[in-house]
Design a binder for this molecule. Structure first.
Ligand code: 13P
Length: 251
C-alpha cells in the first residue's frame, strides 16, 4: 500500500503555561518561518486559559491549536468542563481525548473517551485519541491486547468518515525518559495500523498514528522514521521552543 500521510507533531503542554509562555510560541514561530518549511503539521495544545491566544498568535506561522480534553456534551450543567464547540470557538482544530493522565486520574473509560471523540468530530475538531499500556501490562505480555481493546472502545465508528488521529503513548514512557525499543514501537504501530485498516478499510490506512512518551530532540529522528509512525505527541520537550523545533525538523 503506498499511501502518503502528512506527518503531525503535536505539543501537549499539559498543566503548564501562562500568558508569558506565548513568548515561547513567538520563538517557535520564528524558528519555523526561517529556513525550510516544516514537513509536518504542527499543533500546540496549551491549557484552555491561553488556547485562544495560541490560536490567534500561531495562525500567522502555521501553528495550529488544540485542546487537551473536552466534555461529551455540547453545553449544560458541567461545572469546570469545556465543550468541544467551545474549543473550536476559541480557534482549536484538534483536541486530545483519552490521555492516560485523564484515564488514570479521572477514571475515564473507553466509552467516555469515544463519546468525547464523537463530540469533537461533531464540533468540527480532529480528535487525537490516546491509547497505551501500563508497564505491568507490557511486562505481562499484554501490551498489544490492551491497546487493541482501547482502540476498539475509544475510536468511534464515525472515524470511517471523519479525520481522527491515534496517539500511542505507553504510560510508562510518559515523562520518565524511557521509551520502548524502536522494534517495539514499530511493532505496536504496525498492529494499530492493521486494526484501523481491518475496521475502516482505506480510511484506516491514512489515519495518522503518533508516538508519544519521552520523545525528545535526541531520539526524535530515529523514532519518527519508523514504519507507521506518522508523527509525535510531545509533552515535556514541547515546552521549550528550541527542543520542539528540533523534533519538528526531525520529520
Ligand atoms: P512526555 O513527552 O513528557 O513524556 O509526555 C508525553 C505525553 O504525555 C504527551 O501527551
Amino acid at each position: 500500500m503506498t499511501t502518503t500521510i502528512t506527518p503531525l507533531i503535536a505539543g501537549n503542554w499539559k498543566m503548564n503555561g501562562m500568558r508569558a509562555s506565548l513568548d515561547e510560541l513567538t520563538t517557535l514561530a520564528g524558528i519555523m518561518t526561517t529556513g525550510d518549511a516544516p514537513r509536518a503539521v504542527v499543533v500546540i495544545c496549551p491549557p484552555a486559559t491561553i488556547l485562544a491566544a495560541v490560536a490567534r498568535q500561531g495562525a500567522s506561522s502555521g501553528i495550529l491549536a488544540g485542546g487537551q480534553d473536552c466534555h461529551p456534551s455540547a453545553a449544560g450543567p458541567h461545572t469546570g468542563d469545556i465543550a468541544a464547540g467551545m474549543l473550536a470557538d476559541a480557534g482549536a482544530q484538534y483536541v486530545i481525548v483519552g490521555h492516560s493522565e485523564r484515564r488514570a486520574a479521572y477514571g475515564e473509560s473507553d466509552d467516555l473517551v469515544r463519546a468525547k471523540a464523537e463530540a469533537a468530530m461533531g464540533a468540527g475538531l480532529k480528535p487525537i485519541i490516546c491509547v497505551g499500556e501500563t508497564e505491568a501490562e507490557r511486562d505481562a505480555g499484554n501490551a498489544e491486547a490492551v491497546v487493541a481493546s482501547q482502540l476498539a472502545g475509544s475510536v468511534p465508528e464515525a472515524a470511517g468518515q471523519h479525520d481522527v488521529v491515534v496517539a500511542y503513548e505507553p504510560v510508562w514512557a510518559i515523562g520518565t525518559g524511557r521509551t520502548p525499543s524502536n522494534d517495539e514501537i514499530a511493532q505496536m504501530h504496525g498492529a494499530i495500523r492493521r486494526l484501523l485498516v481491518d475496521r475502516f478499510g482505506e480510511r484506516g490506512a491514512t489515519v495518522q498514528i503518533l508516538y508519544g512518551g519521552s520523545l525528545k530532540p535526541q531520539n526524535a529522528r530515529e523514532i519518527l522514521a519508523l514504519d507507521n509512525v506518522n508523527g509525535g505527541l510531545v509533552g515535556g520537550a514541547s515546552l521549550l521552543a528550541k527542543d520542539f523545533a528540533t523534533i519538528i525538523s526531525a520529520v
